[in-house]
Ligand binder design. Structure first.
Ligand code: PLP
Length: 309
């Protein structure tokens, strides 16, 4: 995405203020716990702009509700909705302004950290205008041509062990399974491992053989007139896009099911997709070198359901 004017919005939670600033010149205090502990939460929303210039944040409510749930799981304060809405709106206005209306689709990421580490000197930070307590921020992310092309071209995935048994989160809440935290180093690493194996994407499988999710996406498979997805309680992030797909599918008369799926279930499916807010739905062409059927008409329907959410 090209140069952005004032496309970063910073939120001082305790002061209740939103400040628009320049993405390129922004400074983030290195003693913030988000930076060296990954102690924070985030959401990434898809924004589309129609011919009249009106912007739509897709699945806005579902994203914010999940943000609140993530905050609760990390014992963070409740994120003030009006400040985050104001920040996201400021970023959207900045993007539309920068492109003079010539933009149809981009993403906005918003996040919240716990604030400064206890080692930090709050008074010293205050003198340079940096809040001590929790902070939020929002900024835009552009989509690459390749990301858009994947929506119809599809991806090859390899399965990788997530390293825990399915449903472990129910007895080990400190693992924060199902929270969307800023600790994504493992997810990023898995994506690199997949690429190193000649694939495009990873698909996590639990230690006991239950298919979970991609590093930044959920899996949806089709079996006849039924769409299935792994049960979020098994140990994955409950996706807003997967929920949009299920809502659209159910309204169209298909059956939808949360289920424990094995790798064989995926390989034997009539079609499979990785779904997430920015990629929308991407067909899975291959799992561990085994080809899956390609279903372009079904893919188009998923895209429609996601656009409608
Ligand atoms: N699973 C993980 C680990 C993710 O990071 C994401 C999104 O980035 C998803 C699933 C899909 O979630 P959503 O559809 O809400 O974007």
């Amino acid at each position: 995405m090209g140069r952005m004017q004032t496309a970063l919005a910073l939120i001082d939670i305790d002061a209740g203020t939103v400040t628009a600033t320049h993405l390129e010149s922004a400074q983030f205090p290195v003693e913030d716990l988000a930076i060296h502990r990954g102690e924070g939460i985030f959401e990434t929303v898809l924004v589309t702009v129609d011919a009249t210039g009106a912007a739509l944040v897709h699945s806005r409510e579902t994203h914010f509700t999940r943000f609140e749930q993530s905050a609760a799981m990390l014992d963070l304060p409740e994120p003030p909705r009006e400040l985050f809405e104001e920040a996201v709106a400021a970023v959207i206005a900045a993007v539309i302004g920068t492109f003079d209306g010539n933009v149809t689709e981009f993403a906005v990421r918003y996040a919240m950290s716990r604030g400064l580490d206890s080692h930090a000197d709050p008074a010293a930070h205050r003198t340079v205008g940096i809040p001590h307590g929790p902070r939020g921020w929002a900024f835009p992310i552009g989509l690459s041509d390749d990301q858009r092309a994947q929506r119809t071209r599809g991806v090859r995935v390899v399965t990788l062990n997530r390293g825990y048994d399915a449903y472990v989160g129910e007895s080990a809440p400190w693992l924060l399974i199902g929270a969307k935290t800023l600790s994504y180093a493992v997810n990023q690493s898995a994506a690199r491992h997949a690429v190193a194996q000649g694939a495009d994407e990873a698909l996590f499988v639990s230690n006991d053989g239950i298919v979970l999710e991609g590093p930044t996406s959920n899996l949806v498979i089709q079996r006849g007139d039924t769409l299935l997805t792994p049960d979020p309680r098994a140990g994955l992030l409950h996706g807003t896009t997967q929920r949009a797909v299920f809502a659209g599918a159910a309204a169209s008369g298909l059956t939808v099911e949360y289920a424990d799926l094995t790798i064989d279930d995926v390989v034997e499916a009539d079609a499979a997709w990785l779904v997430s807010s920015v990629r929308t739905a991407v067909p899975v062409l291959e799992v561990d070198g085994k080809a899956l059927p390609h279903a372009p008409a079904s893919t188009s329907r998923l895209h429609e359901w996601i656009r409608a959410a």
